[in-house]
Ligand binder design. Structure first.
Ligand code: SF4
Length: 290
C-alpha cells in the first residue's frame, strides 16, 4: 500500500486496513482543523486505488481483513459509480471483510440521492463518520464548517435512512465562552433529531498554524477553562434525548473520560461530571495534546 502524507482515521478504525481513495479534504476551510492543510485535495485514479487493494491482499494473504476504512477527509465526495466500483473490488479481494466505512461531509451526503445511498449500503458501505462539530449555526459559521444545523440533521437522517451506521463527532468548547450555552443546547438538539448510533466528543485544542490560532491571539475566541467544559457537557447531556446512542468522550483531548449509552446512562454521566467538578483536578494540556 502507498500512503501520501499523514493519514487520519477515526479511533475505532485502529485495526482496519486503510486505503486512500482521496487525498486531503475537499473543503479544508474549518478554522480549527490542521489535519489536511498540507495536502491539495484530489481524488486518486481508481486504478491506483485498486493496485493498493491488491498489494494489501498480497501483504495480508494469511490474515483476515475484517474492516476497511477508505480515507482521506471525505471520500463520499467520489462519484457514486466510482464508489460502487471500489466497494465491489474490496468485496472481491477481501470476501471476509465485515465492515467498510469512510468519512462523509454533510454536503457530500446531501449531494447523493436516497437511492444512491441505499445502493452504496447494498454494495457494502456499512458505516459513515460525519463531523458535526457543533449543532449551533453561529458556531458553525464562526468555524467555517460549511454546513448549517438543518443540513447536518438532514444529512445524518439520510445516512440512517439508507440503513448505514452513523458515527458523529462534536467538539467541546468550539464556540468558546461566548457560545457555551448555544453550542451545548443546539448540539443536543441535532443529536436528538438524528439519533446516530455513535456520538464522540473531542475537546478543542487549538494548533499553531490554524486560523483559529490567530483568532485566539486576536481575542476573537476565548477558550473554555476545564470547569466550563464540564458545564457545557452537563448542558449537552441534560438536553439530549437519543435512545440507544453510544456516547464517548474518552479521547486524549478530553479533560475527563466519559462514556455510556443514552438515555439509560444520562443520570450516571451527570453524576460523574458533578463529581469531577468537585474534585477540580484535570489533565494538563501537555497530556491532552498527546
Ligand atoms: S474538520 Fe473535516 S471538513 Fe473541516 S477541514 Fe478538517 S477534515 Fe475538512
Amino acid at each position: 500500500m502507498r500512503y501520501e502524507g499523514t493519514v487520519y482515521r477515526p479511533p475505532s478504525e485502529a485495526g482496519s486496513l486503510i486505503i486512500q481513495l482521496t487525498i486531503g479534504c475537499a473543503r479544508n476551510t474549518c478554522t480549527f482543523c490542521a489535519m489536511y492543510k498540507d495536502k491539495n485535495f484530489r481524488i486518486r485514479p481508481l486504478e491506483d486505488v485498486v493496485e493498493d487493494l491488491q498489494m494489501a491482499r498480497e501483504y495480508y494473504s494469511r490474515i483476515k481483513v475484517k474492516r476497511v476504512f477508505l480515507a482521506d477527509g471525505d471520500a463520499l465526495i467520489v462519484k457514486t459509480a466510482d464508489l460502487l466500483y471500489i466497494l465491489g473490488k474490496v468485496k472481491e479481494l477481501f470476501p471476509e471483510c465485515e465492515r467498510i466505512s469512510m468519512y462523509g461531509a454533510p454536503k457530500d451526503i446531501l449531494g447523493k440521492t436516497p437511492e444512491e445511498l441505499k445502493t452504496l449500503k447494498e454494495a457494502g458501505l456499512d458505516m459513515v463518520y460525519m463531523g458535526i462539530e457543533s449543532g449551533d449555526d453561529e458556531v458553525l459559521k464562526f468555524v467555517k464548517k460549511g454546513a448549517t444545523q438543518a443540513e447536518m440533521i438532514e444529512a445524518g437522517k439520510k445516512i440512517k435512512d439508507a440503513g448505514m451506521i452513523l458515527s458523529v463527532t462534536l467538539i467541546s468548547g468550539l464556540g468558546g465562552r461566548k457560545y457555551l450555552k448555544e453550542h451545548a443546547i443546539n448540539s443536543a438538539k441535532v443529536i436528538t433529531e438524528i439519533k446516530p448510533e455513535y456520538v464522540g466528543f473531542l475537546t478543542l485544542l487549538v494548533e499553531e498554524g490554524t486560523p483559529m490560532y490567530d483568532q485566539l491571539k486576536n481575542g476573537e475566541i476565548e477558550l473554555l477553562k476545564p470547569q466550563e467544559v464540564l458545564e457545557e457537557m452537563k448542558l449537552f447531556v441534560s438536553n439530549v434525548d437519543s435512545e440507544g446512542t453510544v456516547f464517548r468522550a474518552n479521547h486524549a483531548s478530553n479533560y475527563i473520560p466519559l462514556g455510556g449509552t443514552f438515555n439509560r446512562d444520562k443520570e450516571s454521566l451527570l453524576a460523574q461530571i458533578t463529581e469531577a467538578e468537585k474534585r477540580n483536578t484535570f489533565k494538563s494540556d501537555y497530556f491532552r495534546a498527546l
